[in-house]
Design a binder for this molecule. Structure first.
Ligand SMILES: [Zn+2]
Length: 128
């Protein structure tokens, strides 16, 4: 039985092992983010995912991903009816349309799971 204030869920061994493996490999990085247990890691992942989903839902009809190649993401801005090009410059994202490092286009880019993974691998984080 879980302790007070906690609830347990059951997942298949395959799912558990998959996540546990990732957790093990990233233990040190996670520790720096204040994540010091496997369940803490799952909580952190779920929260991050929900946050991304929310961001995505907020922008989705207004912005569309056209293409992703290497260091460049092309978006269509349906409000301005313009093409926005977001590129990686010196380890940061830069929006060519706004000439800014933090605009809706960049926020949107961070909410795309496939792009987020590339950025994460390069160690690029969303400026907060
Ligand atoms: Zn922009």
């Amino acid at each position: 039985m879980p302790k007070d204030g906690f609830k347990s869920i059951t997942v298949s061994e395959t799912v558990y092992d998959k996540f546990f493996d990732v957790y093990q490999k990233n233990k040190e990085d996670l520790l720096m983010k204040g994540v010091n247990s496997f369940s803490g890691y799952i909580t952190y992942m779920l929260e991050e995912m929900m946050q991304k989903d929310k961001t995505f839902a907020r922008y989705a009809p207004k912005l569309e991903k056209i293409s992703v190649d290497g260091d460049r993401v092309i978006l269509k801005d349906n409000i301005k009816n313009r093409i926005a090009e977001v590129t990686i410059q010196r380890g940061e994202l830069f929006c060519q349309l706004c000439e800014e490092k933090d605009c809706v286009h960049i926020g949107f880019v961070f909410s795309l799971p496939d792009v987020y993974e590339i950025l994460n691998a390069k160690g690029i984080r969303h400026p907060k």
